[in-house]
Design a protein around this ligand. Structure first.
Ligand code: LLP
Length: 413
């Protein structure tokens, strides 16, 4: 992972040693590299140069205000899925006029908040949502900008939990119904049709399914034009994967090339909603080994991070590389586990590590869907977050305090 490398025998984030961060901020701590964020963004910017486009960073992948602010300064828009994410984007100083709002269950309150702030577009995911949005916009006396999220029934060839563009998924409207629904939308004066949206899944390594989805979206755009409906943009969602282990991951430009080819000749602005590919390999989870426990069958490295900090291994059986911060001694094989009372609480299985008790380890590729999916299970306070920028390490989220975890709870009278 670029920007997380050994220097003088110790793992660094850019110019700062992870040992120093652990000493100053404790563990477990998520550590991000600003340079890695900036470079991931630059790869998209270069691949899209010369094309009218807007990158809408998927806030769900990592919603820390400092990260949102770094992207806002780079000029991205944002893809949100809740009123909470909208509040974060605003708190980070971003322009609501560059926000798209996805999600299958938008409430009236969320619609009102988003309309009040003047977001760029709602990605509407069902017919009843279309009617509810028209009603809410009507009561506010405004027009709601919309795209319909269509489900193109394309197999993205990724983990079943993160495929979203198949017929069996809850997302979007069937592409076959879309033309009728756009006519319905065109007949509702409270709605302002802006585009078409589509997102087929996450951790995609093959560009072909996205290009296939783009081809279907283009066919729909042509049909809508024939119906007299003009579109300002086509939104092809997020999804580009990252390297966790030894996957062959296409460069951003190579991944986008077939998609851009499918859109050749279309004049609409292109929107993309990448999350993981912008932040995933810009962060590690820094953790300390509490115990090395030698079992009959296997050895365990029991660390102070757990499934509540990084849920992906427990939830998806996902692989995250784990490395010593300062490798020394002979490597042995360990199951790297957390203190949570679940057998599923593992961060990695059968890993060779040259470590001793109380050493530090780094769990790689933890920038996306790490902190945002963390929980307080076992009344564990959530980790701190630090962003490194050159030789400076900035605390961007304090470690949660245990008393804050039950501050809202009440005893019976
Ligand atoms: N747009 C929409 C509508 C989405 O649903 C998602 C992700 C994205 C954009 C961003 O996708 P990305 O570029 O990050 O692949 N928790 C899972 C991933 C869930 C993704 C959900 N939707 C994981 O840890 O692998």
């Amino acid at each position: 992972m670029k920007h997380f490398e050994l220097r003088d025998g110790t793992l660094h984030a850019e110019g700062v040693s992870l040992e120093r961060i652990a000493a100053e901020h404790g563990t477990p701590t998520f550590v991000y590299s600003r340079a890695a964020l900036t470079e991931a963004h630059a790869a998209y910017a270069a691949a899209l140069s010369g094309r009218d486009s807007m990158l809408c960073y998927a806030v769900k992948s990592n919603s820390n205000l400092a990260i949102l602010n770094v992207f806002a300064r780079l000029g991205t828009g944002f893809d949100i899925v809740s009123g909470g994410e909208l509040a974060r984007v605003v708190a980070a100083g971003a322009d609501p006029g560059r926000v798209v709002f996805s999600g299958v269950g938008k409430t009236r309150d969320e619609m009102r908040a988003a309309l009040g702030l003047g977001i760029y577009c709602f990605n509407v995911e069902s017919e009843p949502e279309l009617h509810r949005l028209a009603e809410v916009a009507g009561t506010l006396g405004v027009r709601a900008p919309i795209a319909l999220r269509v489900n193109p029934d394309v197999d993205p060839k990724t983990h079943p939990y993160i495929s979203t563009g198949l017929k069996c998924n809850k997302f979007g409207v069937p592409i076959a119904d879309a033309r009728r629904l756009y006519r319905t939308a065109a007949g509702l004066p409270q709605l302002d049709i802006r585009g078409i949206a589509c997102h087929i899944g996450s951790q995609l390594l093959d560009p072909a399914p996205v290009a296939e989805a783009a081809t279907k979206v283009v066919a729909l755009a042509e049909a809508l034009n024939a119906d007299g409906i003009e579109l300002a943009h086509l939104d092809l969602g997020g999804g580009l994967g990252i390297r966790y282990d030894d996957e062959a991951v296409p460069a951003t430009a190579d991944y986008l090339a077939p998609l851009l080819a499918a859109l050749a000749g279309r004049k609409e602005r292109l929107l993309l909603e990448p999350g993981r590919s912008l932040v995933g390999n810009a962060g590690v989870l820094l953790s300390r080994i509490e115990y090395l426990k030698r079992g009959e069958d296997r050895n365990f490295a029991i660390i102070d991070a757990a499934m509540n900090d990084l849920a992906r291994p427990a939830l998806y059986d996902a692989y995250h590389r784990i490395a010593e911060v300062r490798p020394h001694g002979e490597a042995q094989t360990y199951d790297v586990v957390g203190p949570v009372c679940e057998s599923g609480d593992f961060l990695g299985r059968e890993r060779a590590l040259a470590v001793q008790q109380e050493d530090l380890v780094a769990i790689f590729s933890a920038g996306a869907y790490g902190m945002t999916m963390s929980s307080n299970y076992n009344t564990r306070a959530r980790a701190a977050e630090v962003m490194v920028d050159g030789k400076a390490a900035h605390l961007i989220r304090e470690r949660e305090r245990v008393d804050a975890l039950f501050a809202g709870e009440r005893l019976l009278p």
